[in-house]
Design a protein. Structure first.
Length: 403
């Protein structure tokens, strides 16, 4: 099966095309943007351009053998490395590397057979040291068919683990420092800040912005047969990301998509964070396992959307993303007196929690601490002006200081 057409990112395509035509395309690109926005598909387009036999006007021709093989992800000089679940040990480093290579090939076969997949995965995935060793061995060989080889490293922030054990990232770094002229590297990342600074400094960054809601909606209608109303609703929730929009759709034998389930769970986190009963927050946090905080990433992204809607509920209800909860959002903001400035401050607590989740702390402690901070920020904010201070002093019976 061939890959679907690349959607959007016209300006980025033009920029890459001009650099390629002028012979100035960097040998190490870092494509970054929100999850599911099309970074890997764009990377495969760049790879197709590099492996095309007759590129024209900075774009692949689409008809030569190199293009046909690239769009089927079958080109012998196109190497796609994706995060995988670590397989059981086979007893030696060499055999463990073979197991990781087998897992990678199985994953690529899945993507060939079913290229339209949501960004969310329930399994912990990573780019392990053995995977990068396999990449280095392949990079040491000569191109098989074209004049160059292209290595696409997806979700590069999943190099395990960069801070505590940087072997995988450092192994990749050695290739990026002085790549042979025939090697091109394309890294994708939704969180480039998690990459080692040395890797970021060895790559040229290209940001891929979110798509328009109309683009996402049309894609869902044409590629997945979604009706117009549902497609429009999912496009709003996706924040310009086709991969995230797909995550809201139910799969085989599923009543709801994985991101839809997480959307509802993140709503429950927010509801308990706003509750005046602390027991709700602690009981909610205890429902999670005491390990595996890295798996909370999508949940925290969902919570960010709900916080964004809290800010919109007061000033611009028509801009709500979770429109099915519009009445609750507007009522809650009015009853609790939540203002956009308080929501902005609450985002700091959420971003801190996301950083802690990347370090794999205890999820129960992380979520209970986050909900406590959200409650203090949103429900009982400190006065932000002198007048607010004076009002509170007057209500408490404390006399003002003269002068």
């Amino acid at each position: 099966m061939s890959l679907h057409e690349l959607v959007g990112h016209r300006e980025a395509r033009l920029a890459v095309g001009r650099a390629f035509t002028a012979g100035r395309l960097p040998q190490a690109l870092l494509l970054h943007g929100v999850p599911g926005v099309g970074k890997q598909r764009f990377g495969l387009w760049v790879a197709q351009l590099l492996l095309c036999e007759r590129p024209t006007e900075g774009a692949p021709c689409g008809t030569c053998q190199g293009c046909r093989l690239s769009t089927r992800v079958e080109h012998p000089d196109l190497h796609w490395f994706v995060p995988v679940k670590k397989p059981p040990s086979r007893g030696s480093p060499q055999r463990d590397d073979e197991a990781l290579e087998d897992a990678r090939r199985e994953r690529i076969e899945e993507l060939r057979a079913r290229p339209l997949q949501p960004t969310h995965s329930a399994d912990p995935l990573g780019l392990h040291l053995g995977t990068i060793r396999n990449l280095r061995r392949r990079a040491a060989s000569r191109p098989s068919m074209a004049s160059r080889q292209v290595f696409l490293v997806a979700n590069a922030e999943e190099l395990v683990s960069q801070e505590a054990s940087p072997e995988a990232a450092n192994a990749l770094l050695k290739l990026l420092e002085e790549p042979p002229a025939s090697l091109y590297f394309i890294l994708t990342s939704a969180e480039p800040g998690r990459l080692l600074p040395t890797i970021r400094s060895r790559t040229s960054s290209l940001h891929l912005p979110g798509l328009t809601s109309e683009m996402v909606s049309v894609f869902l209608q044409e590629q997945r047969g979604v009706d117009v109303d549902q497609a429009d609703a999912l496009a709003r929730l996706s924040s310009g990301s086709i991969g995230r929009a797909l995550g809201y759709l139910p799969g085989e034998d599923e009543e709801e998509g994985p991101l839809e389930a997480l959307r509802k769970e993140s709503f429950r986190l927010l509801r308990d964070a706003l509750s005046d009963d602390p027991a709700h927050r602690f009981s909610r946090a205890l429902q999670y396992a005491p390990s595996g905080a890295r798996g909370l990433r999508e949940l925290l992204l969902g919570l960010e959307v709900w916080l964004r809607d809290l800010a919109a509920a007061r000033e611009a209800p028509e801009a709500l993303l979770n429109r099915d909860a519009g009445d609750w959002l507007v009522r809650t903001v009015e009853e609790l007196g939540i203002d956009p400035a308080a929501v902005a401050r609450s985002m700091e607590a959420l971003h801190d929690a996301r950083a802690q989740a990347a370090g794999n702390v205890n999820p129960q402690l992380l979520l209970s601490g986050l909900m406590i901070r959200l409650n203090r920020t949103l429900v009982s904010p400190r006065p932000t002006s002198l007048k607010g201070v004076e009002d509170q002093l007057r209500e408490s019976g404390v006399p003002r200081r003269p002068g």
